[in-house]
Design a protein around this ligand. Structure first.
Ligand code: ZN
Ligand code: ZN
Length: 156
């Protein structure tokens, strides 16, 4: 019940960039929205100026959201790199994000296994980081605001 599986309309699997700048308003962003915009801008700059890998971002350049909010989109299935992809079944892997305890679970709908790849590890790590930065995790330290942690980590 706590797992949030975000679904996207079919027919949106065009190349990344084709819908850049498109914004979806099907969910209120509220508090997370105040942290999202500066984080997006900082990661856009880091990607363009310092070569930050798009796969290491905690915000999504394409959907303009936190990584954990749109990782379920078909546009995050990348067979070439193994992101959300089961090689054995040649099938897109589903992802469930639990916003309460920060669990990010990937499973192939055919073989029901989690691909043990660096891509899987990267998705789990960045989605958990985006949950934390968005202030969605109850266990974050009360004395430290997520955006302050992020600002420090960027300048480290
Ligand atoms: Zn996205
Ligand atoms: Zn499989």
């Amino acid at each position: 019940m706590t797992a949030t599986i975000r679904t996207f309309r079919p027919g949106t699997t065009q190349a990344a960039g084709a819908t850049r700048g498109m914004r979806r308003h099907d969910e209120p962003v509220r508090l997370a929205g105040r942290r999202l915009a500066p984080t997006l801008a900082a990661e856009d700059r880091a990607e363009h100026e310092r070569g930050l890998s798009p796969h290491e971002r905690i915000t999504c350049r394409l959907h303009r959201r936190w990584a954990h909010e749109c990782i379920a989109s078909p546009q995050h299935v990348i067979p070439v790199t193994g992101h959300r992809w089961c090689d054995d079944c040649a099938t897109a892997v589903t992802v469930a994000v639990d916003e309460l305890d920060g669990r990010v679970a990937l499973a192939c709908p055919r073989c029901h296994r989690t691909p043990s790849t660096r891509a899987t590890e990267q998705i789990v790590r960045t989605c958990q980081a985006s949950l934390g930065a968005a202030g969605r995790l109850a266990r974050r330290p009360a004395a430290t605001q997520p955006h302050e942690r992020f600002a420090r980590s960027r300048t480290a």
